[in-house]
Design a binder for this molecule. Structure first.
Ligand code: PEP
Ligand code: MN
Length: 296
């Protein structure tokens, strides 16, 4: 189907695809990129799961989550060590673990044979973060921090680029083009919810844009995952949005899991317990099977 190119602007025109997004755009209807990160394939036949806490709070907890992940067939362990928090205040309960957290995450990943992903929030930390983590995450608040994108791309680590919560698909793909333009082709896009006037619940800040998944499939060859935890901000809704994502054909889902969700240092309302996450993973695998895929 042709894309209207008569009115370049908010949406992606065919002219944009040629002149502004030459690396991000598909070259044929069947053009999809897949690549290996260690023993895991992104964008291939199988979808992947990235599981872990919002914040790597301490060594014991990340080891416990890594064991859960490994026992449940998960291949990628997530956890933040540098947090771009909405408000500047930290407390005993609201902190960052920085390099110590990176070390614990690495140890937990290595102990259980998992890849790791963690966020980098400043350019000056790119080499530190990339020395510990297998995948670098660029968060929603930094999607258009172009110097950070370029620095992260130059690290040659695979990158997960979250969509800015107020960003159009066009802006998101533009940010992705920055990364490919540095010669780093191991890029994963992550839809994590966008700001809309209504979110069905007063404390839900975002709405998971499921429709962006087929839209991305039309325009780009890059692997696509969703993060239903940040999108819903509400644990009881995470499973249905994860299932919907898998049904929509994503290459993976990122799910927040905590040994004691209500005690989580950051975003306690959105984390799943081990029991809940284990049910989610089983259900998502069943949906993936219907579509002829595995979920690793
Ligand atoms: C996160 O994944 O921990 C995070 C902060 O996500 P986002 O950038 O989507 O808010
Ligand atoms: Mn498999």
């Amino acid at each position: 189907m042709n894309i209207d190119n008569s009115s370049p602007g908010k949406d992606v025109s065919s002219d944009d695809l040629k002149t502004k997004l030459p690396l991000v755009s598909k070259k044929s209807p069947t053009h999809f990129t897949s690549f290996e990160i260690g023993h895991v394939t992104l964008g291939g036949r199988d979808a992947v799961t990235m599981v872990g806490p919002n914040l790597v709070e301490n060594r014991e907890m990340i080891l416990e989550v890594a064991k859960f992940a490994s026992d449940n067939g998960v291949k990628i362990l997530r956890g933040g060590c540098f947090k771009p928090l909405t408000f500047p205040y930290r407390s005993d309960k609201y902190f960052e673990t920085g390099e110590e957290g990176l070390r614990w995450l690495r140890e937990a990943g290595d102990t259980f044979g998992l890849l790791t992903i963690t966020e980098v929030i400043r350019e000056s930390d790119v080499s530190l973060v990339s020395s510990y983590s297998d995948i670098i995450q660029i968060g929603t608040r930094n999607m258009q921090n172009f110097p950070l994108l370029v620095a992260a791309a130059k690290s040659d680590k695979p990158i997960l680029l979250k969509r800015g919560f107020g960003s159009s698909l066009r802006d998101w793909l533009g940010a992705a083009e920055y990364i490919l333009n540095e010669g780093n082709s191991k890029l994963i896009l992550c839809e994590r919810g966008v700001v809309v006037p209504h979110t069905h619940r007063s404390t839900s800040r975002f709405l998971l844009d499921l429709q962006v998944i087929p839209a991305l499939r039309e325009l780009t060859h890059l692997p696509v995952i969703t993060d239903p935890s940040h999108a819903t901000f509400w644990a009881p809704w995470v499973t249905s949005m994860a299932l919907a994502s898998v049904a929509a054909g994503v290459d993976g889902v990122m799910i927040e899991v905590h040994p004691n969700p209500r005690d989580a240092a950051v975003d306690p309302l959105q984390a799943l317990s081990f029991e809940e996450a284990s049910v989610l993973l089983k259900k998502c695998r069943d949906v993936a099977t219907v579509l002829g895929r595995d979920l690793d």
